[in-house]
Design a protein around this ligand. Structure first.
Ligand SMILES: [Zn+2]
Ligand SMILES: [Zn+2]
Length: 353
């Protein structure tokens, strides 16, 4: 089969690999679509989170097939696998990006998304990813049956959307809340739809690109602010009698969005951080304590949010034809990575192996 193989930073190659074999309890999947994530791009460019530096060990392993946002159809599964996941040959499925060990403190207390070994599809040799024609679902994987009547790249959007919905759940949104979402890429757009589904009073979307803000409106934003043209802090203060927003969810990865959030939140507000930053971020930390007594929360992956993500995709409220901006054959993976880097001209880029 054809597969993209990671040899090192900026060294990804299309290679011929044997079709993997499914062991007892596992399943063989014919991959239909795999999204390229911003994290795939960061890994490609050699970010320390993936390849390590003086402060942290490498997390990703070379010789691995990348790709963790995927859907496909089951071509081989035994009775044990069918019993565990409730799926059979011919079913279309998605699998959660993390393949938990089911043996660590986090897995044993229901927080499988924080699993200590933290094996994710596409980053570890134990869990090869989906930028290939076939992939094996290990027995530890979390597999969900997915709709067959939608384009596969729409279904594969369940992965980023599950992350968006988890960030929204962390925010504990109340009906009367003014919620600000910073960044209208695939993750931010999913957060907007999630905050809408949670019943927030007003959703304010921030971005620097007018085309992203237009998509934000379609996903459910009430107010959009182009941060290059308007002062987001002032807009939010004007909307809230000068108090500030109740909730701020950061999904840009840009350091300036952190200070912006601290400044536009009201006292006792909630800051949810989702992004991964290239470098350490400096802010006035006393805003969190002395000035506003904020709740500052992190969010990572999609803890128990996959069924909701699939339901939201099926409901049709997301403009997925526009969000899924590019579909390319596996051979064009390099072009796909370049398109993800060019975020002014792409939203979600997918490969169709
Ligand atoms: Zn992803
Ligand atoms: Zn674990």
């Amino acid at each position: 089969m054809k597969a993209v193989v990671v040899h090192g930073p900026e060294d990804y190659r299309l290679e011929e690999r044997p079709i993997p074999t499914a062991g007892p309890g596992e399943a063989l999947l014919k991959v239909e679509a795999v999204g390229i994530c911003a994290s795939d791009l960061k890994c490609y460019h050699g970010a320390a989170k993936f390849w390590g530096d003086e402060n942290r060990p490498a997390w990703t392993e070379p010789q691995v097939i990348p790709g963790h946002e995927f859907t496909g159809s089951i071509v081989e599964i035994d009775e044990e696998g069918t019993r565990r996941w409730g799926v059979e040959v011919g079913d279309r499925v998605v699998a959660e990006q993390i393949v938990p060990c089911w043996n660590c403190r986090y897995c044993n207390t229901g927080n499988y998304h924080m699993c200590q070994p933290h094996d994710m599809f596409g980053f570890k040799r134990r869990t090869p990813g989906a930028m290939a024609e076939y992939l094996v679902l290990p027995v530890e994987a979390l597999v969900h049956k997915a709709p067959k009547n939608l384009p596969p790249h729409h279904v594969a959007f369940a992965e980023p959307l599950s992350c968006s919905l988890h960030a929204v759940e962390r925010a504990n949104i109340a009906f009367d809340d003014v919620v600000v979402i910073a960044g209208c890429g695939p993750i931010g757009l999913g957060m907007i739809a999630g905050a809408r589904a949670k019943g927030a009073k007003t959703i304010v979307a921030l971005d620097a690109l007018p085309q992203k803000l237009a998509l934000a409106t379609k996903c459910g934003a009430d107010v959009v602010v182009n941060i290059r043209e308007e002062d987001a802090v002032q807009v939010v203060k004007d909307l809230t009698d000068g108090y500030g927003a109740d909730v701020y969810i950061e999904g840009t990865g840009h350091p300036s969005a952190v200070a912006q959030g601290l400044n536009l939140l009201r006292k006792l507000g909630t800051f949810v951080e989702y992004s991964v930053f290239k470098d350490p971020v400096s802010v006035d930390w006393s805003i969190i304590s002395d000035d506003k007594e904020l709740n500052v929360l992190g969010a990572h992956l999609g803890h128990n949010t996959w069924p909701a993500a699939l339901k939201l995709i099926e409901s049709g409220v997301l403009p997925l034809d526009e969000i899924c901006s590019h579909q390319l054959p596996l051979e064009d993976f390099q072009k796909g990575l370049d398109l993800v880097a060019d975020s002014a001209n792409s939203v979600k880029v997918s490969l169709l192996p």
